[in-house]
Design a protein around this ligand. Structure first.
Ligand code: OFO
Length: 165
C-alpha cells in the first residue's frame, strides 16, 4: 500500500509522462511539416515509449492500492525551429524529466517506501538511456550543420528506430 504523498507524487509523474507523449507527438507532426520522415518516425516511436512509461506507472499505482488520478495535460508547443533545435528541446525536456524522477525517488526514500524505490530504479536507468540517445543525435546534428547530404543520412538513421519493447 502506497502512502497518500507517494500516490500524489506518482500521479504527478504520470501526468508528466503523458505530457512527454504529447510533446513528442507534436514534434513528430512538426518533423512531417519539415519534410524529415526519419525524425517524424523517431518522435513517433518516442511517443510510444512515453505512453509505455505512463502505463507502467499507472499500473503500479493501482497494483499498490493507490488511486491513479488523471490530471489535465498541458498543450505542447507546435513550432520547434530547426531540426537541431527540436532535438535540443527534446534533450532539455529529458533533463527535466530526469530531475523529476530523482525527486520522486527522494519521496520514496522519505516515505520509507521500499517497493517504490525498487520500482523507480527502472526509470532512473531509463532516463540515463533517454538522455544519452538524444545527446548523441544532437551531437551528430551539430556536426552535420547545414550539410544537406549529412542531414539526409541522419534522417535515414532515425527512420530505423524500432518500437519500444
Ligand atoms: Fe518518460 O522519459 Fe522521456 O520524458
Amino acid at each position: 500500500m502506497i502512502t497518500k504523498r507517494m500516490e500524489e507524487a506518482l500521479n504527478e509523474q504520470i501526468n508528466k509522462e503523458f505530457y512527454s507523449a504529447y510533446l513528442y507527438l507534436s514534434m513528430s507532426a512538426y518533423c512531417n511539416r519539415l519534410g524529415m520522415p526519419g525524425a517524424e518516425h523517431w518522435f513517433r516511436m518516442q511517443y510510444d515509449e512515453e505512453i509505455m512509461h505512463m502505463s507502467k506507472m499507472f499500473d503500479y499505482v493501482m497494483q499498490h492500492g493507490g488511486n491513479a488520478r488523471l490530471m489535465q495535460i498541458d498543450e505542447p508547443p507546435n513550432e520547434f525551429g530547426t531540426i537541431l533545435e527540436i532535438f535540443q528541446a527534446s534533450l532539455a525536456h529529458e533533463q527535466f524529466v530526469t530531475k523529476s524522477i530523482n525527486e520522486l525517488l527522494d519521496v520514496a526514500v522519505e516515505e520509507k517506501d521500499h517497493a517504490s524505490q525498487v520500482f523507480l530504479q527502472w526509470y532512473i536507468t531509463e532516463q540515463v538511456e533517454e538522455e544519452a540517445n538524444v545527446e548523441d543525435i544532437v551531437n551528430r546534428l551539430k556536426l552535420a550543420d547545414e550539410n544537406g547530404g549529412a542531414l539526409m543520412m541522419i534522417d535515414d538513421k532515425l527512420s530505423q528506430r524500432l518500437p519500444p519493447t
